[in-house]
Design a protein around this ligand. Structure first.
Ligand SMILES: Nc1ncnc2c1ncn2[C@@H]1O[C@H](COP(=O)(O)OP(=O)(O)OP(=O)(O)O)[C@@H](O)[C@H]1O
Ligand SMILES: [Mg+2]
Length: 299
């Protein structure tokens, strides 16, 4: 079982048509035909959207994405048109709303990995490969790869795992030209972001991008380089051979799988609400990621 513990009722705003409730974002279309992306404070873990929100998470993710988009603009155009919430939207949409170009999305999760962990590590242990790419012997959890790799996945429905696929499979699905563009853009953006993060004492272990087309132009969309879409590790604590501490919802995952939560992730039961100390610690991690990366104080 998985999905939403409590499916939220999307807010209706005059002039906007509600299109979709994502795990984290509400999507609307405005009268100009542009996409209105509103990031909520929702959080997900183990394929569940949890019943407890993390205050400010939507604004932190939105502001961090915007900060990165600025630093990537010479590499690839992005989908942002405006940060101004539409007239008639509630005041609390400020800071977490993006008006974006409505793109023809490419149905591929474009993952770049500079370090081995997560689903990459699982595949590596079975076959010495990640997404079919051969890797050297002797790598462990958290090892730096000889060079960053493009490890695409197909986008799954809510509650299902994205599935890692080979580059050849992506080329079959979207065409060789598009696949080549996705790989090139993914690795270029990863390389830039990794270097920026590294200067700030943060390892960008891996990250996921989504791209779309505006006519024939590849445009980077969705959110970029946030703790929800990336693994960020404090560089001074990096120690291959174990799970790395990270700037994301690690507290949430650890608590959910602890005896204290009373929840069995392999059961059919939805996860319980998070206690206040886990909410606070998780919010603090998102704030810390924002502050470390941007060098600016959160508020
Ligand atoms: N410029 C764009 N044009 C069209 N769709 C976009 C654009 N940018 C992002 N999206 C889509 O908006 C949604 C963002 O919502 P969110 O991140 O909450 O979804 P998700 O949980 O990642 O995926 P799902 O929509 O499957 O639940 C994604 O489906 C993403 O593909
Ligand atoms: Mg998403």
């Amino acid at each position: 079982m998985s999905g939403f513990v409590e499916k939220p009722e999307p807010l209706q705003v005059p002039g906007l048509v509600h299109l979709h409730t994502g795990k984290v974002r509400e999507l609307y279309q405005n009268e100009a035909g542009d996409l209105v992306m509103v990031a909520s404070d929702r959080t997900s873990a183990y394929d569940w959207v949890l019943p407890t929100e993390i205050p400010d998470k939507g604004r932190i993710l939105t502001q961090l994405s915007l900060w990165w988009f600025d630093r990537l603009a010479d590499l690839v155009p992005n989908h942002v048109l405006s940060t101004e919430p539409p007239a008639g939207a509630p005041a609390d949409w400020a800071g977490r709303t993006l008006i974006c170009k409505s793109l023809r999305m490419v149905p591929v999760e474009c993952v770049a990995r500079g370090y081995l962990t997560g689903s990459g590590l699982v595949e590596y242990r079975e076959s010495r490969t990640v997404c079919g790419l051969a890797l050297p012997e002797g790598l462990v959890d958290g090892s730096e790869l000889p060079a960053p790799i493009f490890t695409p996945a197909t986008k799954a429905a809510v509650g299902e795992h994205d599935e890692n696929v080979s580059y050849e499979e992506v080329a079959r699905q979207v065409g060789a030209d598009t696949a080549a563009q996705l790989r090139q853009a993914t690795l270029a953006v990863y390389g830039r972001a990794r270097d920026i993060a590294r200067e700030r004492g943060v390892i960008l272990a891996d990250t996921k991008f989504e791209f779309g087309f505006e006519d024939e132009t590849l445009v980077i969309a969705d959110e970029v380089l946030t703790p929800d879409s990336s693994r960020f590790w404090p560089a001074d604590q990096w120690q291959p051979g174990r799970a790395q501490p990270s700037f994301d919802k690690q507290f949430v995952r650890d608590w959910l799988t602890s005896a204290e939560s009373g929840w069995d992730r392999h059961s059919e039961q939805p996860p319980p609400p998070l206690p206040q100390h886990i909410v606070d610690a998780t919010r603090a991690k998102y704030v810390e990621a924002y502050e470390r990366l941007t060098g600016a104080a959160w508020e």
